[in-house]
Structure formats: structure tokens, C-alpha cells
Design a protein around this ligand. Structure first.
Ligand code: 13P
Ligand code: SF4
Length: 311
């Protein structure tokens, strides 16, 4: 089907179903363009919680749709391609996290939102790349902290917050492709450019960059900056939003090939089919969902973060 008629079918099915379409910043450009809301993990989680549509088409990866479903179990949450996973989220399993917790009694477990619902359900609070430093800052100083699953985001938080943490050895295979050499060759070609990288990048990349930011953070930073050129060290899908919101600025991908293939599985055809069939639907079992929601909700609340069993 032609793209225009696909877009029309999606619009009419969306009205029929009372649905909202949410897309992560790494989605294909045509998917971002038809979304009612595009954003980073925190912005999407917040929107999933507040939006009153009964059906949410989540154009992203599995853990994101799961998080939306945990926050609003009464809604129908659709993931247009259910094979869209996150290799980093799959690097931590709940029983191994519990073992680590048993080795550090009284420790607070902070899990990056890029994790399964089962891991969130054994954690004490969740965080995203935009609020990780604030969340860790709410853990009382006398507490040990276990941070799962991203060792590089964890290392970055340790550095900024000057806190020691036990780091889970997970990582993002996409962000692992960026290097300090790519930053210096980019700087040779674009000496005036500001280098922005995602905190999932390895430490030497974060150290060599001018700014370490979530995808939403990169959008706000670029919009408020006096600079006109930016080298972007994250999945190149973000460049679409950056360019759309800042037409007079130049954005250069640090590595065009650093594509998250899971994020690209969602297409307009699959969105149309998901709306038509109300499937694939993401549902989390009730007891896991309830406990995982406690960790996620703590992100949106204030106050000290101690182990959930002490609440
Ligand atoms: P953001 O929350 O910064 O968009 O990151 C999500 C992600 O999966 C990065 O790889
Ligand atoms: Fe997961 Fe990395 Fe893809 Fe983000 S870019 S969804 S962390 S594999």
C-alpha cells in the first residue's frame, strides 16, 4: 500500500479505537512523523501514565511497552512487532539480581528502565538516562547501591554523583560502537561542533564528549545552545527529531551505522495491523506488574529511596 493511504488507514483506525501512538526517538522517520507523541524513555513513561486513551500503540522496544502497561494496566498496550527487544535489558535476569541483593544485605537496587518487568519487580526504584543522577542522589549516603543492568550509565552516574555502586556488567551493543577515535576524527572535520553522547557509551567516549545526555536531553540542549553544529553520539534515528526541531542547525551522526535494529522493526504496515487486530498486546502478569510499578512510580515521587521491603 502507498505510504499516504497507509497513513490514512492508520488515522481512521486510530479514531475508531480511541488510540494514541507513542514513538521513541530512535524510530523510523515515517513512524515518528505519524506519532501523537515522540520522546525519550522518561517522557514516554510519563505520557503513558497521563494519557487517557484506552489503546496505546507503543512504537519502541518491549521494555518500553511493558513499562506503559505496568503504569496503566487497564489500557490495551500494543507493540507493533513483538520481536522488538533490547539486548541490554536481556542481560539481567531477576534471579541473578536477587542473588546479588542477598550478597549485599540492605543495599538499594536501582534499575535502569531498559530492563524486564521481572527485574523491575526485584528492584527498589527505576531510573532512565535523564534522571539517573537524581534517583541515585535520593538514596541515603549510608546505603550500598546496586545498579542494573547498564555498567556504563552506572559508571557515569558514579562519576557525577561521587557515589560508589555495585555495577551489573550489562551494556548496549549499539552504543558500544562509539569510540574516542570517532570523536577526534569528527572534531577534525567539524572543529566548531559540540559533541553530545548518550551515557550508554563507554567511559572514554563520555570523557571525550562535551555533553553526556539522554536523547530528550540532547533535544533540549541543542534547542537552547548558541552552537550551530553538533556531532551526535547516539542511534541516528534521533537526528530526524533534532533536525525537525532545529532547522537552522547542523547535526552530524558520529556513526551512521550504529543502528538499533530492534528499534527499526516497527513499520507503518505493522502499526496499521496492530490497530486493526488489537494485537500484539503486551500484558504483564498481575503480581509482577504490581511490584514493578512500585519501582517505576518511585521515579515520579519525591523523598529518600530505601529498600521497598522497608516501606
Ligand atoms: P533515552 O531514554 O535516552 O531515549 O534512551 C533509551 C535507549 O534505549 C537508549 O539506547
Ligand atoms: Fe537497547 Fe541499545 Fe537499542 Fe537502546 S539502543 S533499545 S539500549 S539495544
Amino acid at each position: 500500500m502507498h505510504e499516504k493511504s497507509l497513513r490514512e488507514s492508520i488515522a481512521s483506525l486510530k479514531r475508531e479505537r480511541g488510540a494514541v501512538i507513542m514513538a521513541h526517538n530512535y524510530q523510523r522517520t515515517e513512524v515518528q512523523d505519524i506519532a501523537d507523541f515522540a520522546g525519550d524513555s522518561l517522557e514516554l513513561a510519563r505520557e503513558a501514565r497521563q494519557n487517557d486513551a484506552g489503546v496505546v500503540v507503543f512504537c519502541g522496544v518491549h521494555f518500553m511497552a511493558e513499562t506503559a502497561s505496568l503504569l496503566a494496566p487497564e489500557k490495551v498496550v500494543l507493540l507493533p512487532d513483538e520481536n522488538a527487544g533490547c539486548p541490554m535489558a536481556d542481560m539481567a535476569d531477576a534471579s541473578a539480581v536477587l542473588e546479588m541483593k542477598n550478597e549485599h544485605p540492605g543495599a538499594v537496587v536501582i534499575c535502569y528502565v531498559n530492563s524486564t518487568a521481572a527485574v523491575k519487580a526485584v528492584s527498589d526504584a527505576c531510573c532512565t538516562s535523564s534522571n539517573a543522577v537524581d534517583i541515585v542522589g535520593r538514596v541515603p549516603r549510608d546505603r550500598e547501591i546496586i545498579f542494573v543492568p547498564d555498567r556504563y550509565l552506572g559508571a557515569q552516574v558514579m562519576k557525577v554523583s561521587r557515589r560508589e555502586m555495585h555495577l551489573w556488567p550489562g551494556y548496549c551493543p549499539v552504543h558500544n560502537r562509539f569510540s574516542a577515535e570517532l570523536i577526534s576524527s569528527g572534531k577534525d572535520l567539524h572543529p566548531e561542533a559540540v559533541v553530545m553522547v548518550h551515557p550508554e557509551c563507554v567511559e572514554e567516549v563520555c570523557d571525550a564528549a562535551d555533553q553526556v545526555l539522554s536523547t530528550g536531553g540532547m533535544c533540549s540542549f541543542a534547542a537552547g545552545s548558541n552552537a550551530t553544529e553538533f556531532i551526535v553520539g547516539t542511534e541516528p534515528g534521533l537526528l530526524h527529531r533534532l533536525r525537525k526541531e532545529n532547522p537552522s542547525r547542523k547535526f552530524i551522526p558520529m556513526l551512521e551505522e550504529a543502528v538499533c535494529s530492534d528499534m527499526k522493526l516497527c513499520t507503518l504496515e505493522k502499526i496499521r495491523d496492530a490497530l486493526d487486530r488489537l494485537s500484539p498486546r503486551i500484558v504483564v502478569d498481575e503480581s509482577t506488574a504490581k511490584r514493578a510499578a512500585v519501582s517505576v512510580m518511585r521515579m515520579f515521587e519525591d523523598g529518600p529511596i530505601t529498600p521497598v521491603e522497608e516501606l
